[in-house]
Design a protein around this ligand. Structure first.
Ligand code: AMP
Ligand code: MG
Length: 498
């Protein structure tokens, strides 16, 4: 049989930006690449042939051993605040942008290898990724996509046949990530810190062309860009929180200009609801705790506004007016976040008309869930049945340490539901479309990683991917994926050891 040539119709735009935006660097080949997974649906969306990607030659490309025709690999330059400390030069220390492909939707997408070797930005790292974090990012990002949350995606995962040195020797992997772009708040900070106003302008114009083309014709496009990023971030964080998701490392270099979830490190979906929950092992002070995420996002966006100040000043005519414009833009974050959060919670509760007291009713439930260690995902999913018939309450109340606490809330909720129009069945169906049953629970992700590392067994990986690919659909045969961790299975922290 003839091996098919993997063809990528790259249309590269980032490489055409001035040289100081990036470093041209090829991936470093690995010893013995082996394909773990190609995302066939995403491959087709990008105009790629999944079968060709899976051939030996395709795998060589996905491992960084071979440069596909049209690929112009580079590492992006950026800066960032890490846990509040500014680092003027971070950059892709272990990633290569291979090029950009046009998706079926007409937009350009970055195709990036992560774990593909050192770059001029590597500082002290080895440029590699361990297999565990590769599988984690694959599962988490695809689950987020299936849940309807803007996110980078997973095109492929390969094993390298090499070991990486972390706390111990671990098998290595290369992850192929697809993103609307890899522009971060930290990319703007990079040029701002260098006082490179022309670089900043070029970057802002590029971001507008790629992600906010509608603002190009506005009288004040840079203010409109800032407004746009603030709006998308506000809605993104609200969506995370409506699913119990904790990003874990919301540094400014992990905060995307396109409004996608990016850089899945020590992230997780919560089980027992605790608004102060933290996952990252290095986040001792709870900077990126569940409930702090809107504050963290606002803090990051404030850094973006600061970086944009030279352009805002020019647009407004004076620095004073530029600062005022930035402050006005930032003030809107809270309103947009709260509106998105409230709308999200109300639809999770089956409240499709807006009535007084709805926000308080939702907050009361969250307070009771927190006080009673109720599983976040199961509580909302079982409410769907309870909305169809009060008999369903019996399954929800079991999730509360003190079931009577749920009963008090449920009676207020049922009274409120009586004031909704539409049938109970319709309401339950609509609720099932926003309250998932399948999320990548942390202990399941850990089990996937253990099986892969210890037994070269990738079946659990495939099974969890399958379960989380249709998160809103009941599939009774997969019930084991819906159950919270037993105490001995609980993962309290996820590690940055990526
Ligand atoms: P992250 O925590 O993954 O967002 O990474 C923060 C910065 O550290 C980025 O500039 C990465 O490129 C860099 N980095 C993380 N891990 C490594 C590694 N193993 N080798 C080189 N650079 C790394
Ligand atoms: Mg990062």
């Amino acid at each position: 049989m003839e091996t098919q040539q993997t063809t990528f119709d790259f249309e590269n735009t980032y490489v055409k930006l001035p040289a100081r935006f990036h470093a041209r660097v090829n991936p470093t080949p690995v010893a013995a690449p082996r394909l773990i997974k190609v995302n066939e649906e995403l491959a087709r969306f990008l105009g790629l042939d999944p079968a060709a990607l899976s051939t030996e030659e395709g795998v060589q490309v996905l491992a960084g051993n071979r440069i596909a025709a049209g690929s112009e690999p580079l590492a992006l330059a950026y800066a960032g605040h890490q846990f509040g400390h500014f680092v003027p030069q971070l950059g892709d220390g272990r990633a290569n942008l291979l090029g950009e492909l046009r998706g079926e939707d007409g937009h350009l997408y970055d195709v990036q290898l992560k774990g593909s070797g050192p770059t001029p930005f590597s500082r002290r790292g080895d440029g590699r990724a361990a297999l565990g974090p590769v599988l984690r990012e694959y599962i988490l990002s695809e689950a987020m996509h299936a849940l309807g949350v803007p996110t980078t995606r997973a095109l492929a995962a390969v094993e390298t046949g090499e070991r990486v040195v972390r706390e111990r020797y671990l098998p290595g992997g290369v992850f192929t990530r697809v993103a609307a772009s890899h522009l971060r708040v930290g990319t703007f900070q990079y040029f701002a810190a260098l006082e490179d106003k022309e670089g900043l302008r070029t970057l802002a114009n590029y971001a507008i062309a790629q992600h906010y083309p509608e603002v190009a014709k506005e009288a004040k496009p840079y203010r409109a860009l800032l407004d746009g990023v603030i709006g998308r971030q506000a809605r993104l964080i609200a969506q995370w929180m409506s699913l119990g998701f904790i990003h874990g490392v919301m540094n400014t270099d992990n905060s995307s200009i396109s409004g996608e979830t990016i850089d899945y490190g020590p992230c997780a979906f919560m089980e027992a609801f605790d608004p102060n929950q933290v996952f990252s092992s290095i986040d001792a002070r709870g900077r990126y705790a569940y409930n702090n995420q809107p504050h963290a996002a606002h803090w990051n966006l404030t850094r973006l506004a600061e970086a944009l100040l030279p352009l805002l000043t020019e647009e407004e005519g004076s620095e004073e007016a530029g600062v005022l414009a930035a402050q006005e833009a930032l003030a809107v974050f809270a309103t947009e976040f709260e509106a998105a959060r409230d709308a999200g919670l109300q639809s999770k509760l089956g409240l499709f008309t807006e009535q007084e007291g709805d926000a308080a009713l939702a907050q009361d439930l969250l307070d009771r869930m927190a006080a009673n260690n109720a599983d976040f995902t199961l509580t909302f999913r079982r409410l769907c049945e309870a909305a169809a018939s009060p008999a369903g309450d019996s399954e929800v109340r079991l999730l509360f340490a003190d079931p009577a606490s749920f009963d008090v809330w449920a009676s207020a909720w049922h009274k409120r539901l009586d004031r909704e129009s539409g049938s109970a069945a319709e309401r339950a169906a609509a609720m099932r479309r926003v309250n998932p049953i399948f999320i990548p629970r942390n202990h399941l992700v850990e089990a996937v990683i253990q099986a892969a590392m210890e037994r070269q067994d990738f079946r659990p990986f495939e099974e969890l991917l399958d379960a989380t690919s249709r998160p809103y659909e009941d599939r009774p045969e997969l019930v084991r994926f819906t159950v919270p961790a037993r105490p001995e299975e609980q993962v309290q922290q996820t590690f940055c050891g990526t």
